[in-house]
Design a protein around this ligand. Structure first.
Ligand code: ATP
Length: 225
């Protein structure tokens, strides 16, 4: 299971995991994320909740280091969030929106290439790809192209693409989206296993069942129900 540990010999510190302090974003003269703080340590899940348009995806993008902050700070394992930092990218895997894929590569080939990108040798990468295919219960999709799957199947493949690489922090935008009940349960099991292995999981969700299954704390944005 691809959950990185801190550098060998380095004990966990209070800055491990995700620390968001009073982060605010404005675009086009409007506040799109009001000042928001959260803390999630190793092995902890925090669910970001709130109504449509509240800023959940924006907060995840800020934690992923792909948004300019208007104020506040995001620190991940002691590293200031910045997608241009190789050290930061090594720590953080995210599924926020649809990942880019290639038309002429199969599901297994996509997964193996991502694993190789993060340092796996060819045979290790093939095995890692098969491991996440098994974990996500998408064996029948192994040799499909990504234009040959349903929207729910695509969601599982995108999750597999996120899980096949090493990470300590996992950021997910509505991981339950487009999934039926059985597959939502499978995703909850997958995430519970990653938490158990020490990952920090921060995710936006509209699913009370997923929040309960993961024993997540919640960080709510906005006031509407
Ligand atoms: N690039 C942008 N420029 C201007 N406004 C934006 C931009 N991206 C998002 N917004 C606005 O920011 C606000 C927050 O959007 P965001 O996608 O973070 O909401 P959300 O809580 O994830 O919503 P949902 O539950 O519908 O996914 C919305 O009002 C949206 O219209």
């Amino acid at each position: 299971m691809k959950v990185d540990t801190p550098a060998p010999g380095r004990p966990l510190t209070a800055s491990d995991g995700v620390t968001v302090e009073q982060v605010r974003l404005a675009r086009l003269g409007e506040t799109i994320l009001p000042p928001t703080s959260l803390r999630a340590g190793p092995g902890e899940a925090v669910a970001i909740t709130g109504p449509n348009g509240a800023g959940k995806t924006t907060l995840l993008r800020a934690i992923a280091g792909i948004e300019r902050l208007d104020s506040g700070s995001v620190v991940v394992d002691g590293i200031r969030a910045d997608e241009r930092s190789a050290e930061f990218r090594r720590a953080v895997a995210s599924l926020i929106g649809r990942p880019s894929t290639a038309r002429d590569l199969t599901v297994h080939e996509h997964l193996a290439i991502v694993a190789m990108t993060w340092g796996a040798a060819r045979d290790e990468a093939a095995a890692a790809a098969d491991g996440v295919i098994d974990e996500c219960a998408i064996t029948e999709l192994r040799q499909r192209f990504l234009h040959e799957v349903s929207s729910g199947q695509a969601q599982l493949i995108h999750l597999a693409l996120t899980l096949v690489r090493p990470f300590r922090i996992l950021l997910l935008d509505e991981p339950e989206q487009r999934l039926d009940g059985a597959r939502r349960d499978r995703v909850a099991e997958i995430l519970a296993a990653r938490l158990h292995a020490g990952a920090t999981v921060v995710y936006a969700t509209h699913s009370a069942a997923l929040i309960e299954a993961l024993g997540s704390r919640t960080a709510r944005i906005g006031n509407a129900a």
